[in-house]
Design a protein around this ligand. Structure first.
Ligand SMILES: [Zn+2]
Length: 316
């Protein structure tokens, strides 16, 4: 696979729309051609027109952009590819102002493009359950600028104004971050049951919403209010006992990363778009071992059925 170590290399490689279409075909159709309308594999490409393919089953002509987030967008794939590469290569993200300058599109267009990319990252990747050793912590976003650092629940008595997010991360593995309605036991535990396999070793802090989770999981906690951050523990296996460190430092590190980006790059994220931003950060985190060009290809590979209309974006 072609490696793009820099944006220049990407731009030089994708020097025409036909090359972009060919590349998208090679990613989407890596296991064989199919029609995005009916799923049939009786697909023929027009030699004279790279934008046209024909389905022998539903007799429709379609472009490879059909039923993806590129559908009905007037921006060239060349520019889309630049945007995807840039947002996924920047650890903290990229603002619509910066993107519009770099790619040469209006800020409004850049904002829309970024929201589509975020929507894809928050819905199309990593839908499996977490297992083995999972750290869990909830966090709070929002409030006025003065209080941005006061996100911990201890200081956030006025939590009703803040958005609550629940983070779950497998040690050495992937993260899931979900915008939830509130921080009650019912809400948080419902998400945990949905996303973490039974009998997993769960590590949390002492927050009481997690108190009864031990019925379903092997629950260990660290008591932050007593200054306890890392505790020694052990797991019993048939082969013997294995020492483990009980802490929630991994998930807290992830929240640190998200907050530095959301407050530092984006300055403000409204509640209605928060889940998309969580998707953006989670995708980069979950592909952290990949090079930028492999992450770019990984993203393209997950794009089927990510169409998002402007109406849906502003309505929700
Ligand atoms: Zn078809």
């Amino acid at each position: 696979m072609q490696q793009f170590k820099t944006l220049i290399q990407l731009v030089e490689f994708f020097d025409s729309e036909s090359k972009c279409h060919q590349f998208l075909k090679s990613v989407f159709w890596s296991k064989g051609k199919f029609c995005p309308c009916c799923g049939s594999n009786k697909v023929q490409e027009y030699k004279s027109n790279f934008k046209k393919n024909r389905c022998g089953s539903c007799n429709q002509d379609f472009s490879i952009r059909k039923n993806t987030m590129f559908d009905s967008s007037r921006i060239s794939l060349k520019k889309w590819f630049m945007c995807i590469y840039l947002i996924n290569s920047n650890k903290k993200g990229i603002s619509s102002c910066e993107l519009s300058r770099l790619v040469g599109i209006t800020q409004k267009t850049a904002w829309f493009v970024l929201q589509r990319i975020r929507e894809a990252t928050s819905t199309n990747f990593f839908n499996e359950s977490l297992k083995d050793r999972v750290e869990i912590d909830e966090s709070y976003f929002g409030g006025d600028a003065k209080n941005m650092h006061m996100h911990k629940r201890v200081k956030a008595k006025g939590i009703y104004k803040k958005a609550v997010v629940l983070g779950m991360v497998e040690r050495g593995g992937k993260v899931k971050a979900i915008h939830v309605a509130d921080s009650t036991a019912l809400t948080l535990q419902r998400e945990i049951y949905k996303n973490v396999q039974e009998k997993t070793l769960l590590m949390t802090d002492e927050y009481k919403a997690y108190a009864s989770i031990g019925w379903t999981y092997n629950h260990k906690l660290v008591n932050h209010s007593k200054g306890e951050y890392v505790k020694n523990g052990e797991l019993n296996y048939r082969e013997g006992r294995i020492a483990i460190k009980i802490h929630t430092n991994t998930i807290e590190g992830f929240w640190g990363l998200v907050k530095r980006g959301v407050y530092g790059v984006y300055h403000w994220v409204s509640k209605k778009h928060l889940q998309r931003y969580l998707g953006e950060y989670s995708f980069r985190y979950n592909t952290r071992d990949l090079h930028n060009s492999d992450r770019f290809v990984e993203f393209l590979g997950g794009l089927a059925n990510t169409k998002l209309t402007y109406a849906k974006l502003i309505a929700c």
